[in-house]
Design a protein around this ligand. Structure first.
Ligand code: CA
Length: 379
């Protein structure tokens, strides 16, 4: 038994030097998160993270979830998940209610791992791999007068750091400018570096298909969120029309949300986020659903070292898709924009070497949280 004694939400925020944006047009001036800390009666502490607006996640946890899980056994992680989901689903079967639930689920898995003395991936099926190839997510829009130059410089920087795969943003309001920018990046990094693009759902179906055909000529591996996530029929059209893989799903939640995407093969690759889609427990179910329908699962990740570690354990336990002599294992999204919570929140940061990230092997998430960082940026 590992009785839950206390739940604390740490809302943190840090200003960043170079604000950036994507096709959404939101200017990111800060990085922040809702970090969940759960303590057991035995003094074991588990950490989780919720994707999205931090104060909203905290409110769900403080007012709806925390009172229901105090006194329960952390090992009942899926029982707790079902209970909390069924408590909230009439008001929030998607979105922040599920992101808040995700943070709790991750923290409970951290407790279970620490109690058993095992890394999380050993408790959710085992290690298909002990390291993963990472891709650098970056190439947002920063300096509107140097969009092409800055993208080239940033991409070259990632290759120099050892990355063998890079994902860039598109959706500048001009397909010509988008293509020129992707072309310049492709030329700069050469043919051997894998390249993906992410439109953050800014195109219509015909515009996505047209630009997709141009991207295929530049050997772009996947086209992420070409169109709006609500338009499933549109995803079916774009996915069928293009030879390149179409990806999406970072804004979808739970097995019920992903069911229709995978049943219809509306995307070639689904990208559930463990800090948003329902945590490690739920993402395991989403991944199982995807394999049954021949859809790849390559998780989205965009947060602190807690989300990074949780994603790595999830990835370690994902079967090869498909199994083969020399399988192509799922890539790890290693977002590279300035974020002190990714780089400094763990006493030993998670880093890449030659584009490869080792799966943490210490118990639980396998990271030690530096409380001074939480205090410094607490809001
Ligand atoms: Ca994305």
């Amino acid at each position: 038994m590992s009785i839950i004694k206390k739940i604390t939400c740490h809302v943190v925020s840090a200003a960043i030097q170079k604000p950036f944006t994507s096709s959404r047009g939101w200017l990111y001036k800060t990085r922040g998160s809702c970090i969940v800390e759960i303590e057991t009666q035995d003094g074991i502490v588990g950490w989780g993270e919720c994707y999205g607006p931090s104060h909203v996640a905290r409110s769900y946890i403080d007012t709806q979830y925390a009172p229901r899980i105090l006194g329960r056994d952390a090992f009942d992680v899926e029982v707790i998940w079902e209970d909390l989901y069924n408590r909230i689903k009439d008001y929030g079967s998607k979105g922040m209610a599920i992101a808040a639930l995700s943070g709790i689920d991750i923290a409970l898995w951290d407790i279970i791992g620490k109690t058993c003395g095992k890394p999380i991936h050993k408790l959710i099926g085992g290690a298909y791999r002990d390291k993963v190839d990472a891709y650098a997510t970056g190439l947002y829009f920063i300096d509107m007068d140097r969009l092409i130059e800055e993208a080239v410089e940033e991409a070259q920087g990632y290759v120099e750091e050892g990355f063998t795969a890079v994902k860039m943003k598109i959706g500048l309001g001009s397909p010509k400018l988008d293509i020129a920018r992707v072309e310049a990046v492709r030329k700069a990094i050469g043919d051997d570096v894998r390249l993906m693009v992410d439109a953050n759902h800014c195109f219509t179906v015909p515009a996505a298909i047209r630009i997709g055909r141009e991207l295929e000529k530049l050997d772009v591996e996947w086209f992420e969120e070409p169109i709006s996530p609500e338009d499933l029929d549109g995803y079916v059209e774009v996915t069928r029309a293009l030879d390149m893989a179409v990806a999406g799903g970072e804004n979808e939640f739970t097995r019920w949300g992903f069911r229709d995407i995978v049943c219809r093969k509306a995307m070639d690759i689904i990208q559930p986020d463990v800090c948003a889609a329902g945590g490690i427990s739920e993402c395991r179910k989403i991944a199982a659903l995807a394999t049954a329908h021949g859809v790849e699962c390559v998780p989205h990740a965009w947060g602190s070292v807690i989300g990074v570690a949780a994603t790595l354990h999830f990835l370690a336990a994902l079967p090869d898709q498909p199994p083969s002599f020399r399988p192509m294992p799922p890539l790890f999204e290693f977002e590279q924009c300035e974020n002190p919570f990714r780089d400094h929140l763990a006493k030993e940061p998670i880093v890449q070497h030659k584009g490869v990230v080792a799966i943490p092997v210490k118990p639980g998430l396998g990271i030690d949280i530096d409380r001074t960082v939480l205090q410094k940026y607490s809001v």
